[in-house]
Design a protein around this ligand. Structure first.
Ligand code: ADP
Ligand code: ADP
Length: 216
């Protein structure tokens, strides 16, 4: 299965990508998680990306595209769910060229949508496991013990860019730079639209049904 998950920050892309990875073995490729790993190990790319991420801006296209190319080369052959990539038209065009080169077709581009008030509320109440990117939510999906991951027992953190001022910038950046991808993929006939406001398990069922229907 080869999917792209598109939608604003907080729409539920990461949550659903993990579920699809577990059920179908399609690997979640989160450019946000990859960049945070680079920052944690203080790589050259990590230091180049840091300022952009702290301000809630996009990391330059050239850095993201080469990161994705090496990621796909390292894991050739497996299916994927692109979570948070592409985020600009330039990234989408580069990814189209890469897919053509590899001879891979997409099974769909899933657009998750939700209103700005809900997105802001979800992001400011999101808690993340920095070791693997798993998220919880103090309002809709709290961990059993506040601040502790249910599965690995380690601490959860609130991402620095999930504070209200940076969230507002990220939502504006989505509108200006990423939303044009909706028309781009609609024109290719691959767009699948899903209501991101439904409960997590309903979103999963709707998305699986829509992807399977498209494949018929
Ligand atoms: P994204 O990857 O699109 O930024 P996440 O999957 O991290 O979004 O979800 C953002 C926050 O909202 C997380 O705290 C997550 O637990 C919560 N969340 C995800 N999906 C839903 C949903 N369908 N209903 C309520 N809360 C959700
Ligand atoms: P969310 O899904 O909550 O928006 P991500 O973890 O996907 O957050 O992204 C966090 C930050 O990483 C973004 O604000 C941006 O600075 C950077 N980033 C992630 N993916 C990309 C991308 N495809 N292009 C440019 N910047 C990116």
């Amino acid at each position: 299965m080869r999917l792209i998950f598109l939608g604003p920050p907080g729409a539920g892309k990461g949550t659903q990508a993990r579920i699809i990875e577990e059920r179908f073995g399609a690997r979640q490729i989160s450019t946000g998680d990859l960049l945070r790993e680079h920052r944690a190990r203080k790589s050259e790319l990590g230091s180049q990306a840091e300022g952009f991420m702290q301000r809630g801006e996009l990391v330059p296209d050239a850095l993201i595209i080469s990161m994705i190319e090496s990621e796909l080369d390292a894991h050739a052959g497996t299916g994927f769910v692109m979570d948070g990539f592409p985020r600009t038209i330039a990234q989408a065009e580069a990814f189209d060229a890469l897919l053509t080169r590899k001879g891979w077709a997409l099974d769909g581009v899933v657009l998750f949508d939700a209103d700005r008030t809900t997105l802001t509320q979800r992001l400011t109440s999101r808690w993340t496991n920095p070791r693997n990117g798993r998220t919880y939510n103090t309002l809709s999906n709290p961990p059993r013990v506040i601040g502790i991951d249910d599965e690995d027992g380690g601490p959860l953190v609130q991402r620095e860019d999930d504070k209200p001022e940076t969230v507002a910038t990220r939502l504006d950046v989505y509108e200006a730079q990423t939303k044009p991808l909706v028309a781009y993929y609609r024109a290719q006939g691959v767009l699948i639209e899903i209501d991101g406001l439904a409960p997590v398990s309903d979103v999963t069922s709707a998305l699986i049904a829509a992807v399977q229907k498209r494949g018929e």
